[in-house]
Design a protein around this ligand. Structure first.
Ligand code: HEM
Length: 554
């Protein structure tokens, strides 16, 4: 018996099998556990069996290679075997074995087209990872996000740094709801009213700077970025980043956020790599953003705030000291607002401009609504009036229906020990990550019809009959418009915390720009390049949108 165990092959096969079992059952994720299982254990085998080899180095080479190949083989064989709990779900072979394929599609910014292709090929449920399913059916919304919502999945582990949890990295419901209460206070109507002054400051600057560019060609997509970043800077840290005034991304903040969200989109799909990355010093965008954030927090604490900003809500100054989040947590959440709230709103705004430029009759109709509802430009900051402008809201919604700033199914997890969950007509075993792909549902003719792929804001208006862009009239009952499937801000207790702020901001920016300026496609600009340049890395990245602006002098 001892002889068999000391046989190098038998010993390596047995210990690699045990290693795989330990990973499968206990899912150890620490660097130490991996070091013990993947380095020390095969090292001990080398020690036991080196006499069978011509040299110590050869013993080590053969044993480590054999051991690691076997662990990988056991993992892959189990994942594609009929014994795997997700065996009955269709999907590409590469996705059944690892999540590298999904990570690489996100890394290339191809998420939207890749998911579309996968669902076309495999149906409404696709196995996109060894333990992960993507759903493209409205029946999945309730069981995943709304009724007895599921907790977030390991995708969000990348939102924890040095043990400081950002709100969106809190997978535990109790922890999440405690912090979310602070966020909810920070976006309550009273708070949003206070941010209104900050928004006015940014919009005044935007109009002033664009007025200086009368009759010039500008990149509207970039200017929307300057505006939303400056607003989030003021709202989160009481500090404008000065991008609108400068008319450029002077410090490289927008660039770093783009880079950082791109990197995060890849890493988040292979979260087991995080403990290894966390022992290395930060580099690139992550290094820039960490030191930028640290400086913002330092200045914010030194200078205080004139009005209540997000930082003051999250740090919970009115709460007893023991229940307040740390300074690091407040900093991290304020930066989350900048990262989650700037690019998303800028993307949504840029899409609205894109579609209005493509459909000048819609631009004209919206302009009329703005001029009628807000005849005097000085009343531009009456945000409550803008909330009731049907066509304005329809244009924003329709742009977000076609192109969501967050182009992903947000990941949730059917936890171990729950016995599984019925999602629509599909039983999902425990220990499975799930998501419902909202961007695909929002163009699905089962939920939005007719012309689900076309910009037609009227579908969001409530009326008895509708005139299609072709001139054809359809009755109300011929319109399919499932509002439950329109979820650009997601749904349930972990949905977008900044929804109300984003909506107020988008309405205000559109009204201010269209009231004051005529906006038209710049001569020579290829409008088709807008859609070609879109890249989907969980959040969308966009290219330039070149327009000529003319001051209407109103
Ligand atoms: C058009 C603009 C925006 C869109 C489309 C958008 C969309 C989203 C989506 C889809 C999520 C994921 C929710 C989930 O996992 O279920 C999210 C999360 C979040 N968003 Fe937004 N967002 C926008 C603007 C903003 C703004 C302006 C802020 C900040 C003021 C913000 C703050 C957040 C936060 C804090 C989370 C994490 C919520 C949590 O985990 O509880 N977002 N957003």
């Amino acid at each position: 018996m001892a002889g068999i165990l000391l046989d190098p092959r038998a010993l390596t096969v047995a210990s690699s099998f045990v290693t795989w079992l330990i990973y499968k059952i206990f899912e150890p994720s620490s660097v130490l556990a991996s070091f013990v299982l993947l380095v020390l254990l095969p090292g001990a085998i080398v020690q036991q069996t080196k006499s069978h080899f011509s040299s110590w180095a050869w013993a080590a080479f053969v044993t480590y290679s054999f051991f690691w190949s076997l662990v990988v083989t056991f993992i892959a064989a189990y994942r594609v075997s009929p014994f795997h709990p997700l065996a009955k779900y269709p999907g590409p072979l590469s996705c059944k074995i690892t999540k590298f394929k999904v990570a690489s599609e996100y890394g290339k910014g191809n998420a939207r087209t890749w998911f579309m292709k996968m669902h076309q090929q495999y149906g409404e449920v696709v196995r996109i990872g060894p333990n992960e399913l993507s759903f493209k059916t409205a029946d999945a919304i309730n069981p995943i996000l709304l009724s007895k919502p599921l907790p977030k999945g390991p995708y969000y582990d990348s939102r924890i740094q040095n043990n400081v949890h950002q709100l969106d990295g809190m997978r535990d419901f109790t922890m999440h709801s405690k912090r979310r209460k602070l966020w909810n206070k920070s976006v309550a109507p009273g708070a949003i009213k206070e941010y209104g002054e900050m928004l006015k400051g940014v919009i005044d600057e935007l109009v002033e700077e664009l007025t200086k560019k009368d009759y010039e060609v500008v990149d509207m997509s970039a200017w929307m970025g300057y505006t939303t970043f400056d607003f989030m800077g003021r709202m989160a840290f009481s500090k404008s980043f000065g991008l609108v005034k400068a008319g450029k991304d002077e410090d490289g903040l927008m660039h770093a956020v783009d880079q950082g969200t791109g990197d995060a989109a890849v890493i988040s799909h292979i979260p087991w790599i995080l403990p290894f990355l966390n022992i290395l010093p930060p580099v690139g965008a992550s290094k820039f953003l960490q030191s930028y954030t640290a400086n913002l927090a330092k200045e914010r604490i030194q200078n205080g705030a004139v009005a209540r900003d997000l930082f003051s809500y999250i740090i919970a100054e009115d709460e007893p000291e023991e229940s307040r989040p740390s300074k690091e947590a407040a900093t991290s959440d304020s930066m989350l607002a900048v990262i989650a709230g700037s690019d998303t709103s800028a993307t949504a705004l840029s899409h609205v401009f894109y579609f209005l430029l493509r459909n000048p009759h819609c631009m004209e109709r919206l302009r009329k609504e703005i001029d009628t509802t807000i005849p005097d430009a000085d009343e531009m900051t009456d945000y409550s009036r803008q909330a009731d402008m049907p066509y304005l809201n329809a244009c924003i919604n329709e742009a977000m229906r076609l192109y969501l700033p967050v182009q992903a199914g947000v990941q949730r997890r059917v936890e171990r020990g729950t016995g599984g969950r019925l999602i629509g007509k599909y039983f999902v075993p425990e220990d499975t990550q799930v998501s419902v792909h909202i961007p695909l549902l929002q163009r699905d003719p089962r939920y939005f019809s007719p012309i689900p792929d076309e910009f037609w804001p009227d579908r969001f208006l409530s009326q008895e009959a509708y005139v299609l862009p072709t001139g054809e009239t359809i009755a109300k009952n011929q319109l399919i418009h499932n509002r439950n499937v329109f979820l650009p801000f997601s749904a349930g207790p972990q949905n977008c915390a900044g929804r109300a702020i984003a909506q107020q901001e988008m309405r205000a920016v559109l009204c201010a720009v269209l009231k004051r300026f005529d906006v038209e496609v710049a001569e020579g600009f290829d409008m088709d390049s807008w859609e070609r340049n879109l890249r989907d890395y969980y959040v969308s990245h966009r290219g330039p949108l070149m327009v000529r602006i003319r001051d209407r002098k109103v």
